[in-house]
Design a protein around this ligand. Structure first.
Ligand code: AHM
Ligand code: MG
Length: 342
């Protein structure tokens, strides 16, 4: 890991180049993908910042002054990412939470050796109330031989990711990523339009401080999930009580727990037997990040990164955060159906 003094200003570009130099075999393509994502993030951040003015400037679904219908921000963000990435020759296919199938690279552009999977604007229902939202991304290598990416390239287990990250559009905009050499966070300095290294080598505390779960689903949970939540709250098993914090915006909840320690849980329930969150766009990238930061991610029975995806929009229960908290989930839930596949 490259050491930087506290006072030196390190742009994301410089940081990526310095990391790449440690791998003489690197072609620079993965670095290029990360720059392109940083650019897309800045474009999305500027749209998100204007969201509160939608009523004045024209809300989603309403017509703007040119008579064009305004698009919702998650659709806009989806298009920003596709346009920022499709022509670069670095990707052979993409998949987005906003699109039903594979996003192919247009015929007039070169195909590359990587695949990008992303959730363009997670938690977008929170925009109306000015709560942080985020973009999540995952990069894997192409494994098929043809020119274009195929479903097999997209449906790879999370342990094969070569990069993953998220952007949080909060009181400041931050980009956090890993390429398997630790987790590093960059804060956007809006005055110069650059992401600057602000959180090098992030480590999640081993012991949890926060519990993030939507317990309005409690009556739909399996008994051992209920028991687990009582443990997290210090009501069972003599454990220390965690503080409950739930934004309802995955990136915001995850980011707080990554820095402060704790667990985000979205259990299976009687109505959603596989939970709500998506394996490829949410659980896998955050799973890679949390492991690189010293934490863990499980679906309640196995490590998230070992789950074999069978479909693009596959959902999974998720327990992610500090190691001790995820261990507790595995202990409580192991050996029982936990409604998975029920
Ligand atoms: P989305 O991808 O449709 O935005 O939904 C995902 C969001 C996450 O950000 C958040 O953790 C979760 O949904 C909240 O769900 P719930 O309202 O059921 O607690
Ligand atoms: Mg989402």
């Amino acid at each position: 890991m490259v050491r930087h003094t506290a006072t030196s200003v390190v742009t994301i570009e410089r940081f990526i180049i310095e990391q790449e130099r440690q791998h003489p075999e690197a072609t620079g393509e993965l670095s290029g993908i990360l720059y392109d994502i940083a650019l897309a993030a800045k474009m999305i951040a500027s749209k998100v910042r204007m969201a509160g003015l939608a009523d004045i400037l024209g809300s989603a679904g309403a017509e703007n002054v040119q008579g064009e219908v305004q698009q919702k921000l998650d659709v806009v963000s989806n298009e920003i990412i596709i346009k920022a990435m499709d022509h670069t020759g670095r990707l052979c296919a993409m998949a987005s939470e906003e699109e039903p199938g594979i996003i192919q690279i247009p015929e007039n552009f070169r195909c590359g050796k990587y695949v990008l999977l992303f959730d363009p604007l997670d938690g977008s229902s929170n925009i109306d109330v000015n709560v942080p939202v985020g973009t999540i991304f995952s990069v894997v290598r192409k494994i098929t031989r043809g020119r274009h990416g195929e479903m097999e390239d997209l449906l790879q287990p999370g342990r094969r990711q070569v990069a993953a990250g998220y952007v949080i559009y909060g009181s400041s905009t931050m980009l956090v990523y890993t390429t398997g050499q630790g987790v590093h966070g960059f804060t956007l300095d809006p005055s110069i339009g650059e992401f600057l290294l602000s959180h090098p080598n992030i480590r999640i505390p081993d012991d949890g401080r926060y519990l993030s779960v939507n317990d309005s689903y409690e009556q739909l949970w399996d008994d051992n999930v209920k028991m687990l939540m009582r443990r997290y709250r210090g009501l069972e098993g003599g454990t220390k009580a965690l503080s409950v914090r739930y934004v309802g915006s995955l990136v915001a909840d995850f980011h707080r727990n990554l820095l402060g320690g704790g667990i985000f849980a979205y259990p299976a329930n009687r109505k959603s037997h596989k939970g709500k969150l998506r394996l490829l766009y949410e659980a896998n990238p955050l799973g890679f990040i949390v492991e690189q930061a010293g934490g863990a991610a499980s679906d309640g029975t196995i490590r998230v990164l070992d789950v074999l995806p069978t479909e693009l929009h596959q959902r999974t229960p998720l327990y992610i955060g500090s190691k001790s908290c995820v261990e507790m989930a595995k202990e409580c839930l192991s050996g029982v159906s936990q409604l998975v596949g029920a």
